[in-house]
Design a protein around this ligand. Structure first.
Ligand SMILES: Cc1cc2nc3c(=O)[nH]c(=O)nc-3n(C[C@H](O)[C@H](O)[C@H](O)COP(=O)(O)OP(=O)(O)OC[C@H]3O[C@@H](n4cnc5c(N)ncnc54)[C@H](O)[C@@H]3O)c2cc1C
Length: 441
């Protein structure tokens, strides 16, 4: 088996490409297979790639004129909505203009494609310039097993063999189940559906409207009537001359509501306050994709086995802590750690589970599993009806009183607050919610 690879990576999303880059830099011989026409063709993301991880994978990427990001984040906003009002917490900082950036806004079709070009450059500089490949437009149908060990893959009639396989297939983890690392389908209550529109503006209009300067950008998350009572939230991210605008909706809650995602999205766009922010844009793209809710209970029972590792959202690595969805940074870091483990296994000439379990240890020691464990309570907390209905209603109600000046005696702020609390909830319920929030966030 002369043309056996050190590793075959299934999936050319962020996890797969990050693994590929790491393997190329460490002179491993690998094959990455992506079912889309090119990396990014099948990917949807809101999407902010949080953290500084990219600057380690592609040092000083911001100096690359073609770097696949749209803008960096220096302005964050969280908006509570009821039927006719919005109440926002707004944060903007000059310190966020410094490189490496704390978050970059990406359009995946562009970003993943650019990252795949960077991987190609790394392959060309490696010892296996003619023997490592990125192969798009191929669907992997099966992981080949021999005596319980993963030994290769099958795509149609073609078979390719390797000492190790990294499964980076994203949220629809069919192959992760086939190799026996995930028992069953991820249940619907651990999944959400993301729907997104890309809306184009004249660049100057966009920059003036959102106070953008150079490549600075804004992320805005929404909770409340944005989702018409369905569990979830909305988002708006500024790209160069477009915005990414959409919703993430719990599958179960959506099913129970009988509503259609695009109807909810249209209502969200028509909100009396928001429609002024959005006016004049042209929708140029519409997409939908499943996304994990970040519930650790549905992680694969293990993320390594003889000859195989699982990275990114295929391993259910994602966190929604309320202030951000972190899926891409987790995919990147887990892809890197999976590839580092393969490089160590190659040196030891041992790709058994005994060696590959180091991947689990590395992940446990990293921010990925530390944060997922630490903030698990937040998943539960954020998915309570009170968080996406009661609290936004109460906050907006209070805002309407607090910011109104009438020609009549003005009540004290605590009286206004008390009125809003009684209208939407009770002090006891709020105290319980506050304690739960304090424990989980
Ligand atoms: C609407 C929405 C908004 C989001 N917003 C954010 C955000 O703001 N920030 C954030 O960090 N995360 C966000 N996420 C989550 C984030 O997109 C994912 O967590 C991330 O893309 C996971 O990366 P991955 O590489 O594991 O999987 P993917 O990006 O899904 O990549 C998997 C790749 O594998 C390929 N593939 C699958 N099966 C096969 C096969 N059998 N053969 C060959 N190729 C295969 C696919 O075509 C795909 O290219 C969002 C998700 C959605 C849906």
């Amino acid at each position: 088996m002369e043309d056996k690879f050190d590793c075959i990576i299934i999936g050319g999303g962020i996890a797969g490409l990050s693994a590929a880059m790491t393997l190329a830099r460490n002179n491993a011989k690998f094959l990455l297979i992506e079912r889309g026409e090119f990396s990014g063709a099948k990917n949807v993301s809101g999407g902010v790639l949080w953290g500084e991880g990219l600057s380690k994978l592609v040092p000083e990427y911001w100096n690359d004129e073609d770097a696949g990001f749209e803008r960096y984040i220096n302005h964050r906003r969280l908006t509570f909505m009821d039927g006719d009002s919005t109440f926002s917490i707004d944060f903007k900082s000059e310190s966020f203009n410094e490189q490496p950036y704390k978050g970059i806004i990406v359009l995946r079709s562009k970003f993943d494609n650019w990252l795949s070009e960077k991987v190609m450059e790394a392959i060309e500089e490696s010892d296996y310039a003619d023997e490592s490949f990125l192969a798009p437009n191929i669907l992997v149908e099966e992981v080949l097993m021999d005596g319980g060990k993963a030994v290769g893959i099958r795509a149609g009639e073609e078979k390719f063999y390797a000492d190790s396989i990294i499964i980076a297939e994203g949220v629809n983890n069919l192959l992760t189940r086939q190799v026996g690392l995930q028992n069953k389908y991820v249940p619907a209550d651990a999944l959400a559906v993301g729907v997104k529109e890309i809306i184009r503006y004249d660049q100057k209009v966009l920059e003036d409207r959102f106070q953008l300067n150079g490549l600075s950008g804004m992320s805005n998350e929404f909770i409340g009537t944005a989702t018409q009572g369905v569990e979830g939230g909305g988002f708006l991210y500024t790209n160069k001359d477009t915005i990414s605008f959409g919703l993430v909706l719990s599958m179960i809650s959506l099913r129970d509501s009988g509503l259609k995602p695009y109807d909810i999205l249209n209502e969200f766009k028509a909100h009396p306050v928001l429609k002024d922010t959005l006016k004049g844009g042209e929708v140029i793209e519409y997409s939908a994709h499943a996304v994990s809710t970040g519930d650790m209970k549905v992680m694969p029972k293990e993320i390594y086995s003889d000859g195989v590792l699982v990275a990114g959202e295929a391993a259910n690595l994602l966190m929604n802590s309320g202030k951000a969805i972190q899926g891409m940074d987790y995919a990147m870091h887990s892809g890197i750690l999976a590839a580092e483990t393969i490089v160590e296994a190659k040196t030891k000439k041992d790709f058994s589970a005994g060696t590959l379990k180091n991947y689990r240890t590395k992940l446990e020691d990293s921010f990925v599993l530390k944060d997922m464990k630490n903030f698990q309570g937040a998943v539960d907390f954020l998915h309570s009806k009170q968080m996406f209905q009661t609290v936004p209603g109460l906050v907006c109600d209070f805002g309407k009183q607090f910011f109104s000046i009438k020609n009549e005696p003005t009540p004290k702020t605590r009286e206004m607050l008390s009125k809003s609390v009684k209208k939407h909830s009770s002090y006891w319920e709020l105290l319980k919610l506050g304690l739960k929030g304090a424990r989980s966030l």
